[in-house]
Design a protein around this ligand. Sequence first.
Ligand code: BES
Ligand code: MN
Ligand code: ZN
Length: 517
Amino acid sequence: MQVRIVTDAPASLRAEALVVPVFSEAALEGAAKGLDGDVDGAIGELLSSGEIKGKSYETALVRAPKKPYTRILVVGLGDAAKFEPYMLARYAGTAVRYLGRRNLKDIAIALPPQAKGNEAACAAFVAEGAIAATLDTTMYQAEPEKTINVASVTISADGFDAKALEGGAARGTAIGEAVNTARRMALTPANHMTPSDMASRAEEIGREVGIKVDVLDEGQMEREGMGSLLGVSRGSDEPAKLIVMTYKGDPSSTEVLALIGKGLTFDSGGISIKPAENMHEMKYDMSGGAGVIAAMSAIGKLKPSINVIGVVPASENLPGPRAMKPGDILRAMNGKTIEVINTDAEGRLILADALCYAKKLGATKIIDAATLTGACVVALGHAASAAIGNNDEFVQYFLRTVKPTGERYWQMPLFEDYTTAVKSEIADLKNSAGRAAGSLTAAAFLKAFVGETPWIHLDVAGTAYLDTESAWQAKGPTGTPVRAFVAMTEALAKNDFKPATPAPNGAKAKATAASSS
Ligand code: BES
Ligand code: MN
Ligand code: ZN
C-alpha cells in the first residue's frame, strides 16, 4: 500500500472516494464543512437527522456525483474533547476496510483540524492504520471472501505542513508494515510456522533491512547451558531455535536495549496437556516473538541512534516420549535449577534462558513480551496488557512513552510475596505457584533471571489476538506489542533514560531524584 501526500484541497482530490471525519455532537467543521455544499448539504443532513451521531468509527456513505471521487465516506471520531492522534489509525483503518470491501482501490483521506501543528504524528497514524487495515486473514482460501483491495491512500495537505506529513507517513508506513509482519507470522499455522520457519523469517527480514541475524541451534544452546529452553523443546521433533537480531544504531555507546519475545510456535501444554477447546489458538503463542522480529524490521528502517538486540527463543511445547515431565528439574543458563510443576508453564522456561543470554550479549535494559498467562486475561480481559518491572521509574517511563501509540498497558505489582511463592522445596525455583496472582508469580519467576538490569515484562495474553473484529481491525492477531517496542526504542534513542539509584536508607527513588536535581 502506498500512502501519498498531495497539496490539493480535499474538494479537488483525485480518488475513488474521499474520507472525512465528523465528531459527535459537534457542528460540521474542516473538510466535512467545506464539502457539504458540493453535496447539497447531505453531510449536515446525516448528522441533523440523527442518521449518524459521529460516534467513534461509525460510517455513512454519501454520493458526490459532481466530484472526481464520486463518493464521500463520513467516519465518526467520537467526542472532539477526547481526541487523541492514535485514533486516526482507527479512523483510516475503518475507511480502508469499509471501502476496500466494496472493491475501491484508490482513496483519499482528509485530516481533522486537530492535526494542525501535530502533522508528523497524525500522518504516521493514518499510514499505520490504513496499512494495518489491509491485512488479509484469508490467505488460505481458494476464493477469499473478504479481501481488502485498497492500494493507494492519499492525504490532503491543504492547510497543513506537507513536509511534516511526508515524514510522518513514511514512519507510519514502516510501523504499519511491521504490525502486519507480526500479524501474518502469528496467523500462519504452527505447521507452517515452526521454530525453524520463524528463524528463516527473521533472517529474511534481516537481509531486507540490513540487520545482523544469528540463530543458535540446539547444540549451541547445550554449550551455553540453556537447559530450561531445551527442556521445553524435548517433547517435539522440531528443533528449538534462539533467534538473535542485532541493530547497532549507536556504535559509540555501551548501552544495549534488549527486546525479548516468547516464540512458542505451538503450546499444547505438553504432558500437562491443555483441554481441546480453543487449543488451536495456541498457534498464537509466538506473538511476543513475532512482535520482536517485526519491531526489529521497523527499527532497521527507521534507524534510531540506539543499540538494540532482539532475542526470540522459539520452540514447540508438545507431549512425547522424550518430553519433560512434571517433577523434572531443569538447569538454566545462569545455573539456577527449576522444578517443573506444570509443563504448561513453558513460556517462562524458554524466556529464562533468553533473558540470561541477552545479559550475556550486554543488555543494559530489557523489555520482554509474552502471551504468558491465562491469569492475565482473567485480570485485564482484552482491554490491556500487563506491565510488570523491577524498576518503577523505568515502568513509569514506559507507560508514558507508549500511551500515545494506542496500545494499552496497565502496571501490576511485583511484591516479594510472589518471589517467595515461586521458591521450590527441591530446586531454586518452581515454574508454577498455582492460581493465585498467576501473572505476577510468572513475572517473579522471570525476575530471577534478570538481576538488577532495568526490566519490564509485558503479558500480552489478552491483547496479542482478539476473537472479534472491529470496524478498523480484522479478527485475530493485533500486532501488539510492536507499537510499544518501536515507541520505546525511539524514545530511548532520543532521551537517555537513567534511573535514579535507590537511596540506601530505603527512601523513595523519587525523593533521591528530587534532592539531586
Ligand atoms: N500460552 C499460555 C498462556 C495463555 C493462555 C495465553 C490463554 C493466551 C491465552 C501459557 O503457556 C500457559 O499455558 N500458562 C499457564 C500457566 C499455568 C500452568 C501456571 C496458564 O496460564 O494456565
Ligand atoms: Mn503453556
Ligand atoms: Zn504458552
